[in-house]
Design a binder for this molecule. Structure first.
Ligand code: SME
Length: 160
């Protein structure tokens, strides 16, 4: 079923997230396939927010492997101990980076990325099974409100 988002982009960011939540909930309800849900989730975020890259990496053994995304071509595999995504995966917590140049080991899949927010997705045992990676072409493109709201939104995606 095709879905349309009803979001007034002239509103402030907090209101946009408030309007977005029930619509994302409706979009994902009834679908349990993780890839399908991650794909639509990226499409929603990319259409509402003007971020450079929005996408998922899934945990595959000892690596993170590129999943559904919107934006330029990206690195397909990421490894433990290096980069923002790995930090969120291994620390099982969100990582907000205002300036990627200041983050030791940051992996520049795109030279346009200046700031980044990575949010882990956990299963019922609390294990990280994927991360949501958001890249902005502006410095400090994300704030604590984004982190909090996106942490709530990713919980709508059922773990596989
Ligand atoms: N910058 C990320 C790698 C993924 S790409 O930006 C899409 C990192 O440091 O883990």
């Amino acid at each position: 079923m095709a879905e349309t988002l009803y979001i007034d982009l002239s509103k402030d960011k907090e209101s946009i997230y408030k309007d977005l939540y029930p619509q994302v909930e409706g979009l994902l309800t009834g679908e349990t396939h993780a890839v399908a849900n991650m794909a639509n989730f990226c499409a929603v975020l990319k259409s509402v927010f003007d971020w450079h890259w929005v996408g998922f990496y899934t945990v595959e053994g000892d690596e993170l492997v590129l999943g559904p995304f919107q934006g330029p071509i990206a690195c397909t595999r990421l490894y433990r101990g290096k980069g923002v995504c790995a930090a969120a995966w291994e620390g099982a917590r969100s990582v907000l980076v205002d300036d990627v140049e200041q983050f030791p080991g940051h992996i520049a899949c795109s030279s346009a990325t200046q700031s980044e927010l990575v949010i882990p997705l956990k299963n019922s045992k609390g294990e990280v099974w994927a991360v949501l990676d958001l890249d902005s072409s502006e410095l400090a493109g994300f704030d604590d409100l984004d982190r909090r709201e996106l942490e709530a939104l990713v919980e709508l995606i059922p773990a596989p």
